[in-house]
Design a binder for this molecule. Structure first.
Ligand code: DGL
Length: 264
């Protein structure tokens, strides 16, 4: 068995990143953990998220991961620093795509859809300070959206109403570019386009994260023997429920396994 890439998120949202990782690194063995028993992270304290992130990273290491992807903006903001201090393997995090959005906007107004936790973080404030420049950035926390994706409700009336409520103030202020600052939201991109119109530019970070992972593995793990192109899925929640939603979002039959009790 070759080594593997460990990927985690609060739930199923990180599968949007896993799709890009699979495309960029088709021969790797992937292990994905959805922390479904603790979702959403967006309204938890940074200390809580940090503790969960350490537990999940430890589990992935025990499964043979030689690199970790935090497929979650909220967990990156809360935990990437302490994870890198504790674990000495490549750890790739993610953050809202402010830089590409600033480059893309023509109206000079960019909206950020993200969790309340991400928007409140010092990491996000630093990101704006670095890249916003003259562009007006309007942030919008989106309580409830993650839960809709977790339920597989990508097109329901309730999800549409939430999307309308969260995008309306951004569009009213002239945003022509929306940052999908949470890994669950790319699964709502078709609905967001329906609501916001085809002229809106949506940016997310999944592809850039996959490329960054590839670069880091090439430079930091050059001797590594790649895996067997398989994908394995774990959840801290109900395995049958996770298997159902993950199969829809991953696009293949997924048999999720429950995490061992020490990781719950
Ligand atoms: N998918 C996550 C993110 O990228 C976290 C969502 C949540 O659990 O609140 O921020």
């Amino acid at each position: 068995m070759g080594s593997s890439i460990g990927v985690f998120d609060s739930g199923v949202g990180g599968l949007s990143v896993l799709h890009h990782i699979r495309q960029t690194l088709p021969h790797e063995r992937l292990i994905y953990v959805a922390d479904s028993a603790h979702v959403p992270y967006g309204d938890k304290t940074p200390a809580y998220i940090e503790q969960r992130s350490h537990t999940l990273t430890q589990f992935l290491l025990e499964q043979g991961a030689s690199a970790i992807v935090i497929a979650c903006n909220t967990a990156t903001a809360a935990a990437v620093h302490s994870l890198r201090e504790k674990f000495s393997l490549p750890i790739v995090g993610m953050e809202p795509a402010v830089k590409p959005a600033v480059a893309a906007t023509k109206s000079g107004v960019v909206g950020v859809l993200a969790t309340v936790g991400t928007l409140a973080s010092a990491r996000f404030a630093a990101l704006l300070g670095k890249y916003a420049g003259e562009v007006k950035i309007i942030t919008q926390g989106c309580p409830g959206l993650v839960e809709q994706v977790e339920r597989g409700e990508l097109h329901s009336m309730k999800t549409r109403r939430l999307v309308e409520r969260y995008t309306a103030p951004l569009l009213a202020q002239g945003a022509d570019t929306l940052i999908l600052g949470c890994t669950h939201y790319p699964f709502l991109a078709p609905l967001i386009r329906e609501v916001a119109g085809d002229n809106i530019t949506l940016v997310d970070t999944g592809e850039a994260v996959a490329r960054q992972l590839q670069r880091r593995m090439q430079t930091e793990l050059p001797e590594r023997i790649s895996g067997d192109a398989s994908a394995q899925f774990f959840t801290s929640g109900d395995a049958a429920q996770a298997s159902r939603i993950m199969s829809v979002l991953w696009g293949e039959q997924v048999m999720a396994q429950q995490l061992p009790s020490e990781s719950l």
